[in-house]
Design a protein around this ligand. Structure first.
Ligand SMILES: Cc1cc2nc3c(=O)[nH]c(=O)nc-3n(C[C@H](O)[C@H](O)[C@H](O)COP(=O)(O)OP(=O)(O)OC[C@H]3O[C@@H](n4cnc5c(N)ncnc54)[C@H](O)[C@@H]3O)c2cc1C
Length: 395
């Protein structure tokens, strides 16, 4: 039986969750539903989590553990690619879903606060080992520290390191213009500048939508440049039906900015026996796409099961060397700009069932399904990239 904390050493907890963001709170959410809910848990974060700092989108079959707070769900998505390929795609067994960060925090944190064994601490984490040093004192974990506050440098030249960086505006229009059932997953009709650049559109209502300008590259751009492309997209490219939004017809009500690592550099999952890295810190981000919300849920559910059964599966992440190789090859094609990257995504969505592409991005496809999908992208650049990757591995 564990107590809220050890009465002899009040700063000792069974588990410490260092970083109470998406991964830290999701882990606590699953622990709270498990047989481990009596463990004493300390969650440390520097923020109070009272702003909408993220909008998470993902696709899934069936229900989410957070179904109650899904802000929007869609059965189809727009894709605007190269060569005038523009289609509204049926994603069949999948539903594309959106969770607003603020809804996630407002839902998960009060549930956790009902458990007297869970303590929240707002503090700056200074160092993580079996002891977590903060500006409000040192805390000790008798069993595990789950760390999502650590950030890798991603600078090892032997690996492929890219960034997914983006700026988004939630805009509100004076007229009802958006079709609530029609989000845009990818719109490549924006200058590519020898990188991969696209916009996605998530309508919240007929008068409100998140428009996000995203780049996959190895360097960032000035803030004004993201804004230039957002404005250009809204006022020139984005048409809802035949309707073009005029500059005086919209206002920006929220902004979002993010940088997500896209890297095949190995992550140190267990830097110390008692420290387990989770979330972006633990390498949960899919290297070739930057998606991690849904993967994190899977890995964390797996981690909690392994803790319950007292078996060691590191941080719950599923490592599949073949899928990892495919990610590395795609990163190599993109970093070395071996072929126009918007063309790769267009061909994937044009020549395959969209649901099959989503299944592939979720790493749920079989080897033969992978081969069928790979067959639809331009072959010479991928063969060159595969050779380059294998050569580097062997020599
Ligand atoms: C704006 C944005 C939008 C995204 N959208 C999507 C999406 O649509 N779909 C998707 O799959 N992925 C998306 N991602 C990628 C990924 O899902 C998120 O980055 C996700 O939040 C990662 O979870 P995490 O727990 O690893 O990091 P975070 O959620 O950032 O949590 C880390 C926590 O650690 C705390 N912390 C860090 N350092 C310290 C310190 N020294 N002291 C105290 N606290 C500290 C932070 O305050 C934070 O709360 C997005 C990323 C961003 C940035």
């Amino acid at each position: 039986m564990s107590f809220k904390n050890n009465q002899n050493s009040p700063n000792t907890y069974d588990y410490i969750i260092a970083g109470g963001g998406m991964a830290g709170l999701s882990l606590a959410f699953y622990l709270n539903q498990s047989s481990l809910r009596n463990k004493s848990i300390l969650i440390i974060d520097r923020d109070v989590k009272n702003t909408n700092d993220h909008t998470w989108c993902f696709w899934e079959k069936g229900q989410s553990p957070y179904e109650e707070i899904i802000a929007q769900k869609w059965k189809g998505v727009w894709f605007h690619g190269t060569d005038n390929f523009s289609q509204f795609l049926d994603i069949q067994q999948y539903t594309y879903k959106m969770i607003r960060g603020i809804d996630f925090y407002n839902y998960v944190i009060p549930i956790l606060k009902q458990n007297p064994n869970i303590t929240f601490l707002q503090a700056d984490i200074l160092e993580v080992s079996e002891t977590v040093k903060t500006n409000k004192g040192d805390f000790y974990a008798s069993e595990f520290v789950f760390d999502s506050s650590f950030r890798s440098k991603y600078n090892n030249p032997d690996y492929h390191n890219m960034l997914q960086h983006f700026k988004g505006w939630v805009i509100e229009t004076s007229k009802p213009v958006f079709k609530v059932n029609e989000p845009t997953l990818f719109d490549f009709r924006t200058e590519q500048k020898n990188e991969l650049r696209f916009v996605y559109v998530l309508p919240h209502s007929e008068t409100k939508a998140l428009i996000e300008f995203t780049i996959f590259s190895d360097n960032l751009i000035e803030d004004l440049e993201y804004e230039f492309y957002l404005k250009k997209y809204i006022e020139e490219t984005l048409k809802v039906g035949d309707y073009q939004i005029k500059p005086e017809e919209y206002q920006i009500s929220e902004t979002e900015f993010g940088i997500v690592p896209m890297s095949d550099e190995p992550h140190e999952v267990l830097p110390m026996t008692k420290v387990i890295r989770i979330g972006t810190s633990g390498g949960y981000v899919k290297a070739s796409t930057g998606y991690s919300f849904q993967r994190s849920q899977r890995f964390l559910q797996r981690l909690v099961k392994s803790l319950e059964q007292n078996i060691d599966i590191k941080n719950g992440m599923i490592t599949n060397h073949w899928k990892g190789f495919l990610d590395t090859v795609l990163l190599n094609v993109m970093l070395k700009n071996r072929t126009p990257q918007d063309e790769i995504f267009t061909r994937l969505f044009k020549y395959n069932k969209p649901s099959q592409v989503l299944k592939f991005l979720d790493e749920d496809t079989s080897f033969f399904e992978d081969v069928a999908l790979i067959n639809t992208v331009p072959k010479p650049p991928f063969i060159k990239a595969a050779w380059n990757v294998l050569f580097k591995k062997l020599f």
